[in-house]
Design a protein around this ligand. Structure first.
Ligand code: PGA
Length: 250
Protein backbone atom coordinates (compact mmCIF):
# COMPACT_ATOMS: atom_id res chain seq x y z
CA UNK A 1 0.00 0.00 0.00
CA UNK A 2 1.56 3.31 -1.07
CA UNK A 3 1.22 6.16 1.41
CA UNK A 4 0.08 9.27 -0.40
CA UNK A 5 2.35 12.30 -0.55
CA UNK A 6 1.50 16.00 -0.75
CA UNK A 7 4.73 17.79 -1.70
CA UNK A 8 5.19 21.54 -1.96
CA UNK A 9 7.90 23.13 -4.11
CA UNK A 10 8.48 26.71 -3.03
CA UNK A 11 10.95 27.34 -5.90
CA UNK A 12 12.72 30.70 -5.46
CA UNK A 13 10.13 31.99 -3.01
CA UNK A 14 10.24 32.43 0.73
CA UNK A 15 12.27 34.14 3.43
CA UNK A 16 12.20 33.76 7.19
CA UNK A 17 8.90 35.59 7.35
CA UNK A 18 7.20 32.74 5.47
CA UNK A 19 8.09 30.11 8.08
CA UNK A 20 4.83 31.11 9.74
CA UNK A 21 3.06 29.39 6.82
CA UNK A 22 4.84 26.15 7.74
CA UNK A 23 3.84 26.52 11.36
CA UNK A 24 0.22 27.14 10.31
CA UNK A 25 0.28 24.08 8.05
CA UNK A 26 1.63 21.93 10.87
CA UNK A 27 -1.10 23.14 13.21
CA UNK A 28 -3.79 22.39 10.61
CA UNK A 29 -2.53 18.81 10.03
CA UNK A 30 -1.27 17.38 13.32
CA UNK A 31 -1.97 13.77 12.36
CA UNK A 32 -2.39 13.58 8.56
CA UNK A 33 -3.45 10.47 6.68
CA UNK A 34 -0.76 11.21 4.07
CA UNK A 35 2.86 12.35 4.05
CA UNK A 36 3.43 16.10 3.80
CA UNK A 37 6.67 17.53 2.42
CA UNK A 38 7.73 21.13 1.86
CA UNK A 39 10.78 21.97 -0.26
CA UNK A 40 11.77 25.57 0.57
CA UNK A 41 14.80 27.35 -0.92
CA UNK A 42 18.15 26.13 0.42
CA UNK A 43 18.53 29.20 2.61
CA UNK A 44 15.48 28.12 4.63
CA UNK A 45 16.16 24.39 4.94
CA UNK A 46 17.57 24.50 8.42
CA UNK A 47 15.04 26.94 9.85
CA UNK A 48 12.18 25.10 8.14
CA UNK A 49 13.40 21.93 9.83
CA UNK A 50 13.40 23.67 13.19
CA UNK A 51 9.93 25.10 12.59
CA UNK A 52 8.53 21.68 11.72
CA UNK A 53 10.43 19.61 14.31
CA UNK A 54 8.01 17.28 16.10
CA UNK A 55 5.33 17.89 13.47
CA UNK A 56 4.11 15.70 10.61
CA UNK A 57 5.79 17.91 7.99
CA UNK A 58 9.01 16.78 6.33
CA UNK A 59 11.48 19.12 4.64
CA UNK A 60 13.25 18.66 1.32
CA UNK A 61 15.65 20.48 -0.98
CA UNK A 62 15.03 21.46 -4.59
CA UNK A 63 18.36 20.39 -6.04
CA UNK A 64 21.73 18.85 -5.18
CA UNK A 65 25.09 18.34 -6.87
CA UNK A 66 26.22 14.98 -8.24
CA UNK A 67 29.55 15.15 -6.41
CA UNK A 68 29.99 14.82 -2.68
CA UNK A 69 32.09 17.98 -2.30
CA UNK A 70 34.54 20.12 -4.18
CA UNK A 71 35.07 23.26 -6.24
CA UNK A 72 31.47 23.94 -7.29
CA UNK A 73 30.70 27.52 -6.36
CA UNK A 74 27.07 28.03 -5.46
CA UNK A 75 26.07 24.36 -5.42
CA UNK A 76 24.94 22.28 -2.49
CA UNK A 77 25.70 18.63 -1.79
CA UNK A 78 23.58 15.76 -0.55
CA UNK A 79 25.49 15.79 2.76
CA UNK A 80 24.74 19.49 3.19
CA UNK A 81 21.04 18.82 2.66
CA UNK A 82 21.12 16.05 5.26
CA UNK A 83 23.13 18.25 7.61
CA UNK A 84 20.48 20.97 7.28
CA UNK A 85 17.89 18.46 8.47
CA UNK A 86 16.19 17.55 5.19
CA UNK A 87 15.60 14.00 3.98
CA UNK A 88 14.23 14.60 0.48
CA UNK A 89 15.35 16.32 -2.70
CA UNK A 90 13.59 17.26 -5.95
CA UNK A 91 15.73 16.48 -8.99
CA UNK A 92 15.32 17.15 -12.70
CA UNK A 93 12.56 19.73 -12.37
CA UNK A 94 11.81 21.13 -15.84
CA UNK A 95 12.95 24.57 -14.67
CA UNK A 96 16.37 23.05 -13.89
CA UNK A 97 16.40 21.11 -17.15
CA UNK A 98 15.50 24.26 -19.13
CA UNK A 99 17.24 27.04 -17.22
CA UNK A 100 20.39 25.13 -16.28
CA UNK A 101 20.64 22.72 -19.19
CA UNK A 102 20.38 19.62 -17.01
CA UNK A 103 20.31 16.43 -19.06
CA UNK A 104 18.85 13.06 -18.10
CA UNK A 105 22.42 11.94 -17.46
CA UNK A 106 23.00 14.85 -15.07
CA UNK A 107 19.78 14.06 -13.21
CA UNK A 108 20.70 10.39 -12.96
CA UNK A 109 24.14 11.21 -11.52
CA UNK A 110 22.60 13.55 -8.94
CA UNK A 111 19.97 10.97 -8.04
CA UNK A 112 22.57 8.26 -7.60
CA UNK A 113 24.52 10.47 -5.19
CA UNK A 114 21.40 11.58 -3.33
CA UNK A 115 20.13 8.02 -2.94
CA UNK A 116 23.43 6.70 -1.68
CA UNK A 117 23.51 9.52 0.88
CA UNK A 118 20.10 8.36 2.12
CA UNK A 119 17.88 11.04 0.58
CA UNK A 120 14.53 10.27 -0.98
CA UNK A 121 14.60 11.71 -4.49
CA UNK A 122 11.62 13.14 -6.36
CA UNK A 123 12.59 12.88 -10.02
CA UNK A 124 10.52 15.05 -12.37
CA UNK A 125 9.56 14.16 -15.92
CA UNK A 126 7.24 15.89 -18.36
CA UNK A 127 6.63 16.86 -21.95
CA UNK A 128 6.35 20.23 -23.68
CA UNK A 129 3.14 21.23 -25.42
CA UNK A 130 4.79 20.74 -28.83
CA UNK A 131 5.76 17.20 -27.83
CA UNK A 132 2.21 16.44 -26.69
CA UNK A 133 0.71 17.93 -29.86
CA UNK A 134 3.05 15.75 -31.91
CA UNK A 135 1.78 12.68 -29.98
CA UNK A 136 5.27 12.11 -28.53
CA UNK A 137 4.36 12.32 -24.85
CA UNK A 138 4.96 8.68 -23.91
CA UNK A 139 8.21 8.48 -25.89
CA UNK A 140 9.50 11.58 -24.11
CA UNK A 141 8.46 10.33 -20.68
CA UNK A 142 9.90 6.88 -21.37
CA UNK A 143 13.23 8.39 -22.41
CA UNK A 144 13.38 10.67 -19.37
CA UNK A 145 12.59 7.77 -17.06
CA UNK A 146 15.21 5.42 -18.42
CA UNK A 147 17.75 8.24 -18.63
CA UNK A 148 17.15 9.95 -15.29
CA UNK A 149 16.35 7.14 -12.86
CA UNK A 150 19.40 5.27 -11.54
CA UNK A 151 19.52 1.50 -11.08
CA UNK A 152 19.70 1.99 -7.31
CA UNK A 153 16.06 3.12 -7.14
CA UNK A 154 13.74 1.51 -4.58
CA UNK A 155 10.21 2.16 -3.38
CA UNK A 156 11.69 4.12 -0.48
CA UNK A 157 14.25 6.30 -2.21
CA UNK A 158 12.38 7.13 -5.43
CA UNK A 159 9.28 9.20 -6.11
CA UNK A 160 8.39 10.20 -9.67
CA UNK A 161 6.60 13.47 -10.41
CA UNK A 162 4.85 13.74 -13.77
CA UNK A 163 4.80 17.45 -14.57
CA UNK A 164 3.71 18.43 -18.08
CA UNK A 165 5.73 21.57 -18.77
CA UNK A 166 2.73 23.32 -20.31
CA UNK A 167 0.77 22.84 -17.07
CA UNK A 168 3.36 24.36 -14.73
CA UNK A 169 2.31 27.77 -13.48
CA UNK A 170 -0.18 28.19 -16.34
CA UNK A 171 -3.51 27.20 -14.81
CA UNK A 172 -3.86 24.57 -17.54
CA UNK A 173 -4.23 20.97 -16.41
CA UNK A 174 -4.38 17.78 -18.48
CA UNK A 175 -7.71 16.01 -18.28
CA UNK A 176 -7.95 12.95 -15.99
CA UNK A 177 -7.62 10.53 -18.92
CA UNK A 178 -4.38 12.19 -20.02
CA UNK A 179 -2.95 12.07 -16.49
CA UNK A 180 -4.08 8.45 -16.10
CA UNK A 181 -2.46 7.43 -19.37
CA UNK A 182 0.93 8.83 -18.38
CA UNK A 183 0.81 7.55 -14.80
CA UNK A 184 -0.17 4.07 -15.99
CA UNK A 185 2.68 4.18 -18.48
CA UNK A 186 5.20 5.25 -15.81
CA UNK A 187 3.98 2.46 -13.51
CA UNK A 188 4.37 -0.18 -16.20
CA UNK A 189 7.85 1.07 -17.13
CA UNK A 190 8.97 0.95 -13.49
CA UNK A 191 7.55 -2.56 -13.05
CA UNK A 192 9.29 -3.74 -16.20
CA UNK A 193 12.66 -2.32 -15.17
CA UNK A 194 12.67 -2.90 -11.41
CA UNK A 195 10.20 -5.77 -11.02
CA UNK A 196 6.65 -5.67 -9.75
CA UNK A 197 7.58 -5.25 -6.07
CA UNK A 198 9.64 -2.09 -6.50
CA UNK A 199 7.62 -0.83 -9.48
CA UNK A 200 4.39 -0.93 -7.51
CA UNK A 201 5.84 0.70 -4.40
CA UNK A 202 7.22 3.87 -6.05
CA UNK A 203 4.88 6.81 -5.52
CA UNK A 204 3.79 8.75 -8.61
CA UNK A 205 2.91 12.41 -8.13
CA UNK A 206 1.13 14.68 -10.56
CA UNK A 207 2.37 18.29 -10.75
CA UNK A 208 1.33 21.37 -12.72
CA UNK A 209 -1.30 23.89 -11.61
CA UNK A 210 -2.71 21.73 -8.81
CA UNK A 211 -5.11 23.96 -6.86
CA UNK A 212 -7.70 23.44 -4.12
CA UNK A 213 -10.50 23.37 -6.71
CA UNK A 214 -9.02 20.72 -9.03
CA UNK A 215 -7.15 18.54 -6.52
CA UNK A 216 -9.97 16.06 -5.83
CA UNK A 217 -10.46 15.29 -9.54
CA UNK A 218 -6.71 14.74 -10.01
CA UNK A 219 -6.44 12.53 -6.92
CA UNK A 220 -9.27 10.33 -8.21
CA UNK A 221 -7.09 9.25 -11.17
CA UNK A 222 -5.65 5.72 -10.79
CA UNK A 223 -1.91 5.63 -10.00
CA UNK A 224 -1.88 9.23 -8.79
CA UNK A 225 -0.35 8.93 -5.32
CA UNK A 226 -0.23 12.64 -4.57
CA UNK A 227 0.94 15.94 -5.98
CA UNK A 228 3.96 18.16 -6.40
CA UNK A 229 2.55 21.64 -5.91
CA UNK A 230 4.25 24.93 -6.74
CA UNK A 231 2.27 28.15 -6.38
CA UNK A 232 -0.48 26.69 -4.22
CA UNK A 233 2.03 25.36 -1.66
CA UNK A 234 3.25 28.81 -0.59
CA UNK A 235 0.29 29.61 1.65
CA UNK A 236 -1.09 27.20 4.23
CA UNK A 237 -4.61 28.37 3.30
CA UNK A 238 -4.09 27.04 -0.25
CA UNK A 239 -2.04 23.93 0.47
CA UNK A 240 -4.17 22.73 3.37
CA UNK A 241 -7.32 21.97 1.29
CA UNK A 242 -5.13 20.11 -1.23
CA UNK A 243 -3.80 17.94 1.61
CA UNK A 244 -7.35 17.37 2.83
CA UNK A 245 -8.44 16.34 -0.68
CA UNK A 246 -5.55 13.87 -0.84
CA UNK A 247 -6.46 12.40 2.56
CA UNK A 248 -10.07 12.01 1.40
CA UNK A 249 -9.03 10.26 -1.82
CA UNK A 250 -8.43 7.12 0.24
P1 PGA B 1 2.69 24.96 -10.12
O1 PGA B 1 4.17 24.31 -10.15
O2 PGA B 1 1.88 24.15 -9.12
O3 PGA B 1 2.91 26.37 -9.69
O4 PGA B 1 2.14 24.82 -11.49
C1 PGA B 1 4.36 22.92 -10.04
C2 PGA B 1 5.83 22.57 -10.10
O5 PGA B 1 6.55 23.15 -10.92
O6 PGA B 1 6.31 21.72 -9.34
Amino acid sequence: MRRKLAAGNWKMNGTGHDLSELAALARAHPDPACDILICPPATLLHRAGETTADTAIAIGAQECHAEESGAHTGDISAQMILDAGARHVILGHSERRQNHGESDEDVRAKARTAMSAGLTTIICVGETLAERDAANTLDIIGGQLSGSVPDTATGENLVIAYEPIWAIGTGRVPDPAQIGEVHGFIRSRLERRFGAGVGRSVRLLYGGSVKPDNAADIFAVPDVDGALVGGASLKAADFSPIITALEASG
